[in-house]
Design a protein around this ligand. Structure first.
Ligand code: KIV
Length: 258
């Protein structure tokens, strides 16, 4: 059975924690789905982890759609969510509708995610939801605003914490089915999670969220630099380097092919 947005909300009510990870191609997506991950996000972090870009900003709608189509082919059970790239929704609800419409039609994903909680974004979420497009919000550290906020933890001052709290509430009221809380203090994430009826999915936001998400390249140890809150469960860089070096040696010494 495919995971639905309604199921995520039920799981929150039941206290069942949600497991989410990012994917950028067919092979990774298929493995995550087979392992029983509940929500697979084609995050715009693919710009950095799979396309070698410095930030997520240059990623285009065509590029994320291309990757999301490949991910879709590997996912049978998980809820598939696709990030809306920078400047494909910020301009107006009409622009957002066109971009999200393309994502759902062309990739077969069930939902989109977008960053921020200021007034225009709340309007965008509300109109997408009214058009039948499920939306996941994203507040706290929002990497598409890197030139304003850097990659620093957000919500540390009373004013910033209150703003993030209000944004999360507004996102729920606009009809989103979940919200990502990125790099904010654990206590703030706990208060938001207690207040909202939709699930919070944390990344660098402590243990009290209703689910957790990681960038899969960080989990696998594929990335050279990782955020302080990420955890690598294996060092795939070293494993790949050593395998490729062994192969190279065997080719040069005529040991492979045997
Ligand atoms: O793009 C991404 O990978 C994300 C996650 C960090 C939530 O937005």
């Amino acid at each position: 059975m495919t995971v639905t947005t309604q199921q995520l909300i039920q799981w929150k009510q039941q206290g069942r924690l949600i497991v989410a990870l990012t994917a950028w191609d067919y092979a990774i997506a298929k493995l995550l789905d087979e392992a029983g991950v509940d929500l697979i996000l084609v995050g715009d972090s693919l710009a950095m982890v799979a396309l070698g870009m410095e930030t997520t900003l240059p990623l285009t709608l065509d590029e994320i759609i291309h990757h999301a189509k490949a991910v879709r082919r590997g996912v049978k059970r998980a809820l598939l969510v696709v990030d809306m790239p920078f400047m494909t929704y910020q301009e107006s609800p009409q622009q957002a509708m066109r971009s999200a419409g393309r994502i759902l039609k062309e990739t077969g994903a069930q939902a989109v995610k977008l960053e921020g909680g200021y007034a225009t974004i709340i309007q965008v979420i509300s109109q997408l939801v009214q058009a039948g497009i499920p939306v996941m919000g994203h507040v706290g550290l929002t990497p598409q605003s890197v030139h304003q906020m850097g990659y620093r933890q957000q919500g540390k001052t009373k004013e910033s914490a209150e703003r993030i709290f209000a944004e999360a509430l507004a996102i729920e009221q606009a009809g989103a089915f979940a919200v990502v809380l990125e790099h904010i203090p654990s206590e703030l994430a706990k208060q938001i999670s207690q207040q909202l009826t939709i699930p919070t999915i944390g990344i660098g936001a402590g243990a009290y969220c209703d689910g957790q998400v990681l960038v899969t390249a960080d989990l696998l140890g594929l990335t050279e630099r990782q955020p302080p809150f990420a955890k690598s469960y294996l060092n795939l860089r070293e494993i790949i380097l050593s395998a490729v070096k062994e192969y190279s040696l065997e080719v040069r010494e005529r040991q492979f092919p045997p």
